[in-house]
Design a protein around this ligand. Sequence first.
Ligand SMILES: Nc1ncnc2c1ncn2[C@@H]1O[C@H](COP(=O)(O)OP(=O)(O)OP(=O)(O)O)[C@@H](O)[C@H]1O
Length: 473
Amino acid sequence: MVEEKNVLIVDDEIEVTSFFRYLFSNKNCAVTIANSGRDTSDLIRKTTFDLALLDIKLPDANGLDLLAQIKKMQPSCEVIMMTGYSTVKSAVTAMQTGARDYLEKPFDDIDRLEFLLEAALHRNATYEENLQQMAMKFGIVYAPMSPMSNVITLAAKLAKKAINILIEGETGTGKELFSRFIHGQSMRVDYPFIGINCGAISESLLESELFGHEKGAFTGAVKPRKGFFELANNGTLFLDEIGEAPLPIQVKLLRALETGEFMRVGSEAIMKSNVRIVAATNRNLESEVEQKRFRADLLYRIEGVKLAIPPLRERPQDVAVIAKHYLNNRYGIELHASAEEILMNYSWPGNVRQLLNILNQSVVIHECKTLRAEHLPGQLFADANLIRTISSFSKEQLIEEEIQKFIKTILEYFHSTDEIDFKNFTDRIKYIESEIAKKIIEKGLVETKGNRSKVCNKLNITPRILRYILNEK
Ligand SMILES: Nc1ncnc2c1ncn2[C@@H]1O[C@H](COP(=O)(O)OP(=O)(O)OP(=O)(O)O)[C@@H](O)[C@H]1O
C-alpha cells in the first residue's frame, strides 16, 4: 500500500487553499491548511510534513523566513513557493535557499502544476540525477558536488517558466552553453534558438540583424531580410554581451521586449514576435546603469531572473572533471595526477575556455599519451605556492622552459646577425651567469647563517670556487 503523504498549504487566500485541497483530494494525501505565518510556525512544531506549498507574501510573515524555518526544523520537507508575477525574483531566491520550485499565480497550466506536485511528492530523484547527463548533452561537464550542480538544477527549473533570464559570469564560464541548455529544457525546444553577440558588430549591423531590413534600407540591402526577432519566433533569442549593446539599440530592444513589437530597418510596418530572451553578460549591469551606459528599464526587463555561473577558480573539482572528459573525448588520452594537481591549483582567469586552450596546446606540442605536469606551460606554475608544492622533476622542466623562453625573447630583438655585437653580447650573458651564481651563494649564506662550508657542501663546490664567485680573488 502506498504511504499517505502529509501536505501543508499555506496561503491567506481561501480560493487558493480550497483549490489545492481539491487538487490533492485524489492523491492519497492528508492536507493541512494554514492561513498565516503564526499558524504555520505552530503546525511545523507538531506535525512532520512531506510537502509544503508556501505563499511568499502572508499578512503577518515573509514566505522566505517561513521557508528557512521549515527547512531548519524539517529538512526533508519539500517546499514549493507560490508567488505573483511581482515576487518571482523572491521565489527564485527561495529556490536558491532550499525551495524545490515555485508556482506562479494564477495557476493556468494545471497539467504542469500536477506534474510538479507529483514529482515533489514522490521525490523524483532520477530526474535530478539525470540532470548531469542532460547537461552533458549540451557540453556542460561538472563534478557531482560542484556548485554548478545547484546552478544547473535552477536553470532546468527556470527554463520551463515564462520568464527572461540573465546569465552572469566571467568570460569563458559557459554562458552560451547554458543558454542552449535553457532552450533545450524549455517548452520552446521545438522552435529556433538564435544567438547574437551584441558587442561584436557595429550598431547599424546589429539593428538590422536583430530586427531585419527592407530592400534598399541601406547601401547593400539588395533584398528584404528577416531579423533574429522574426526568425526566433516562439523560440529563444540569446543576446550575448548584452552590456555592449549601444544605447539606441537598447531603446529598440526595450520596446520589442515590452510589446513584442518592432520594425524592420527601412520600414514603418509594425511586426510582432514571441521570443524568450536569454541574455548574458560578464559586466556588472547594475554599475553600467549607474554609469548611464545601460538602461535601467531594459535591465529590469531582461533580468526576469538572474543565473550566476561561478568562475572556474571557485570550483576546482570541475577543472579535473572537465579536463579528463575533454582529453579523453577529444584525444583519447589520460590526465596524470601531477598535471591534475597543477590544473586544479591555477586560478583560470579565462575560465573553461582557457583550460581547453591550454590542454589543446599542451597535447599538440608534446604529442603525449598521458598529460603530465611537465607538459603544461610555465604560466600555470607562476603561483609561488604552487612552485613550493611541485616535484623537483617538474621544477627542472619549468626552469628549462623559462631558459628557452628567455633565449627566444632575447634573440627576437635582432632581425639579423648584422645587428649583433657578438663579443659584447656573449660577455653580458656570462655576466648574467655569474650574477645568478652569486645570488645562489648569497641565498645559501642567508640559509646557513653565514656558514661557508655548509654552503659549499650543499652546492657541491670548493671554497675556492665560492670565493671566486663572490669576487673574492
Ligand atoms: N562546464 C563546461 N564543461 C565543458 N566545457 C565547457 C564548460 N563550460 C564552458 N565550456 C567550454 O568553454 C568554452 C567557453 O564557453 P562559452 O562560450 O559558453 O562561455 P561564455 O561564458 O559564453 O564566454 P564569453 O563570455 O567569452 O562569451 C566553450 O568551448 C565551451 O564549450
